[in-house]
Design a protein around this ligand. Structure first.
Ligand SMILES: Cc1cc2nc3c(=O)[nH]c(=O)nc-3n(C[C@H](O)[C@H](O)[C@H](O)COP(=O)(O)OP(=O)(O)OC[C@H]3O[C@@H](n4cnc5c(N)ncnc54)[C@H](O)[C@@H]3O)c2cc1C
Length: 381
């Protein structure tokens, strides 16, 4: 067993961190303050070649491993401190591009992946509906076959990237009564007749990573845009779409940057005639942040390594997702505490991570649902 990245992986990590520090970190506060998608920041990621990092090379991507993917996601989030941009990228690459790479036929891959790898097309995954959140099998967006098309009706909400996406991987049902056995996936382009997106939803934070609604009003989808097979959508979500499970790696970068910033602040802030890092109660908070970071790193790399080995990651993914996002929330609370009053001021960006980490415990399946999944697996329910 080897707990270290190899030289090549370490060099890649360093390179992404240097890029992030130079190109992404400057202006992040202003971008969040504006609260809208920043095309210039996305262009920088594209020029650096990140949008297609794990897309197979034959479709213009980097063909990187899961270990490389989490290394880059953590490095970008940590050194760039632009959690919104990192999340936007993770959504595009892991939630939208890789389902097409894993389930698409050669025509679909040739049609979409090269332009998704270059970042010319931005992707989103549309599953959640106003009436179907944790209970994803109860969704009511309905697809009916009509000759060489499907007609789609319904609506989606809380969809990351929706306001700016060009391509949506949509989960609908072809048979509502069949619940899980009716779920079917489609590749839907923004310009297909009958698709409309709403205004970006205003979140507590992270509005430069836009979230929104998608409406389908007799939306006509060519039948060739069926992704995989009809009625297999639930099975795909459980087993095939394992890249999506790595999308929480940026929270490990958040844990690392919270700790680094808190150490620096605590060394410079003087109270009672000495740096606050001299106080054991402050040291205890830093120690707990470090323990959470180390555990999150191990869980993330174990998950990515198992994925690269082709092993089943269902249990590991639920454990990692829950632990990492909750650890990020704990760490963000402590960071604000260490910054004291300054932690509550917008002038200091540390407080932003409180809401961002909270969103992590909800999006992609809540902590309660992850615990339910783990519990069911443990007891064969
Ligand atoms: C920032 C953000 C980005 C998102 N991005 C996307 C995206 O890109 N694509 C997409 O499809 N969706 C996305 N979502 C939606 C997200 O996946 C859902 O919000 C999430 O699955 C929870 O659904 P809900 O909000 O309807 O909450 P509900 O399902 O209504 O849950 C409310 C509460 O009840 C609890 N609960 C519900 N059922 C149970 C149960 N059986 N046992 C125990 N507790 C239960 C939940 O844990 C939660 O605490 C995003 C959400 C957020 C916040």
């Amino acid at each position: 067993m080897d707990f270290q990245l190899n030289d090549e992986q370490r060099a890649f990590e360093d390179a992404v961190k240097r890029f992030a520090q130079k190109e992404i970190a400057p202006g992040v506060d202003q971008r969040e303050e504006r609260g809208e998608f920043c095309p210039e920041a996305w262009k920088k990621l594209c020029e650096y070649g990140l949008p297609g990092l794990v897309i197979p090379t034959q479709y213009g991507g980097g063909g990187a491993s899961a270990v490389d993917a989490v290394t880059a996601l953590i490095a970008l989030a940590e050194a760039g401190k632009d959690f919104s941009l990192t999340g936007l990228w993770a959504t595009h690459m892991l939630l939208a591009s890789m389902p097409i790479a894993d389930l698409g036929n050669p025509e679909q891959k040739n049609e979409y992946l090269p332009r998704m790898a270059s970042g010319d097309l931005i992707g989103a995954l549309a599953l959640t509906e106003p009436g179907a959140g944790s209970d994803a099998t109860s969704l009511s967006t309905h697809a009916v076959r009509d000759g060489d098309h499907y007609i789609l009706n319904g609506s989606k909400t809380f969809i990351s990237n929706a306001p700016i996406a060009d391509v949506f991987v949509v989960v609908a049902t072809v048979d509502k009564g069949a619940r899980a056995n009716g779920l079917t996936m489609f590749i839907v382009e923004r310009n297909f007749q009958g698709l409309v997106t709403g205004k970006p939803l205003k979140k507590r934070e992270a509005d430069s990573w836009p979230t929104g609604e998608v409406f389908f009003d007799n939306c006509r989808i060519p039948a060739k845009n069926l992704l995989g097979e009809e009625r297999k959508g639930f099975q795909y979500m459980l087993q095939a779409l394992s890249w999506e499970r790595l999308a929480f790696a940026p929270y490990v970068g958040m844990l690392a940057s919270n700790l680094k910033d808190s150490i620096e602040y605590s060394k410079n802030r003087l109270q009672f005639g000495q740096p606050i890092c001299n106080f054991q109660l402050v040291q205890a908070m830093l120690s707990e942040m470090k323990m959470d970071l180390e555990a999150a790193l191990l869980l993330t790399y174990k998950l990515a390594w198992k994925k690269d080995q082709g092993k089943d990651i269902s249990m590991d993914a639920a454990i990692a997702k829950t632990f990492i996002t909750e650890a990020a929330e704990r760490s963000s609370q402590k960071a604000v505490q260490i910054f004291g009053g300054n932690g509550c001021m917008k002038e200091y960006s540390i407080g932003r991570n409180l809401w961002m980490s909270k969103m992590g415990t909800i999006g992609g399946g809540t902590s309660q649902m992850q615990r339910t999944i783990i519990g069911r697996m443990l007891t064969d329910r």
